[in-house]
Design a protein around this ligand. Structure first.
Ligand SMILES: [Zn+2]
Length: 119
């Protein structure tokens, strides 16, 4: 278990356990993670925690769960942050976005979004 901070003043508790399917999962106030998360994954989850505070926990949970558009927006922001730390992950992440999140995008569209290109 360890703590990271967002916006310099808000603590986020990382609880190490066995997480299925994804390496880690964010719940705003805390994150469940497999043991020894890479810094890139930590930053990805902290980005979701910031989104949680930005939109309120109900707002964030509803948008994430029920809107493909918002889920994609949230994940693109989090993966861009992840790529700042680990730039070699682009292709793997694009595959992941195209197949695991039910966002209805292709791998090529995912690559463009991750690079900040539109269309
Ligand atoms: Zn994510």
């Amino acid at each position: 278990m360890f703590i990271r901070w967002i916006y310099k003043i808000i603590p986020v508790l990382f609880i190490v356990c066995k997480v299925d399917k994804y390496f880690a999962k964010s719940y705003g106030f805390f994150v469940l993670t497999n043991p020894n998360p890479p810094e890139a994954i930590i930053q990805h989850e902290l980005t979701h925690c910031k989104q949680f505070w930005r939109y309120g926990w109900i707002g964030y949970m509803l948008l994430y769960r029920f809107s493909k558009t918002w889920r994609l927006k949230f994940e693109i922001e989090a993966y861009r942050r992840q790529l700042e730390i680990m730039p070699t992950g682009l292709e793997v992440i694009a595959d992941f976005l195209a197949t695991k999140y039910e966002c209805n995008i292709t791998r090529d569209q995912a690559i463009k979004l991750l690079r900040g290109q539109n269309g």
